[in-house]
Design a binder for this molecule. Sequence first.
Ligand code: ELE
Length: 318
Amino acid sequence: MSSPFKVLTIGDAMITLNPAVKGPLRYVTQFERKVGGAELNFAIGCARLGLDSKWISRLGEDEFGRVIYNFARGEGVDVSGVDFVSGCPTSLNFKEINEDGSGKTFYYRYNSPILTLTPEMIQEELFENVDLVHLTGVFLAIDSKNIETAAKVIEVAKQKKIPISFDPNIRLKLWSIEEARKAYKEILPHVDILLTGLEEIRLISGMEEEDELALFAREYGIRDLVLKDGANGSKLFRNGDWTRAESFRVTPVDTVGAGDGFDAGYIYGWLNGFSKERLLQFANGVGALVTTVSGDNEGLPYLSEVNAFINNDLIVER
Ligand SMILES: O=C(O)C(=O)C[C@H](O)[C@H](O)COP(=O)(O)O
């Protein structure tokens, strides 16, 4: 079933290797192979909610590239903007999980296939029928070359009057905070919807108080400033007012991917004209459900599942 709304995103995806046992990575000998990547997670989240969802990327011409391509396609993501390239292997992400559940990420994405994507390849046809473009800081962090590609994406989106959402998704393993701040300064004036963690906005702007953040949103002309604060809920600054929503109580098993899920939920609600309160509630619901399943995107819910969760409907299991 085709949706009345279409989103477009761009970014690197990875084979994510989850350790079979906890503890330092050097002692782990078995891994579970999964698929990850912030923008692909977003694209899958949108597709599961029923949006038309297109992902622009490059994958290595290798077995792992095929795994990711087939996975994305199987999730209903439009992969017509994804190509295979030789000479650069598909990116990898090894995870380490400590006994207390905390963890580390070890990226192998230095010569990522996404670096073969150049601004000239960002053609207008890719934007056909697109209602919103979503960018994240991970794409920018992989290599400074991607900032030019993102600038081209923004240029075409602006020409076509397509709104832009942005999640800074700070990854300090990929770049320094100074580099990140510099790149965000270039991107933010073009952003309509900023979806950021509270800790992230603090790192980017040095601000955390509502009055300061309201000024920050005005300075950059951000229409929706959305702050994600995990178990403490989320809030939205729009048209001079703050709207807040509490989080849902769940027992999290893996919080990675909740932010990407929240973004997908928010954009779904935004495109469908949800009220501010319902928008936050819906996005919180998607984020909460993601944390109940292990893996970066496995817990992304279908529309009926979020609605049932939010409405506390009885789910018939057998
Ligand atoms: O692409 C990357 O570099 C990643 O780190 C992939 C991760 O699956 C998500 O980006 C999770 O991000 P959160 O939703 O904020 O937990």
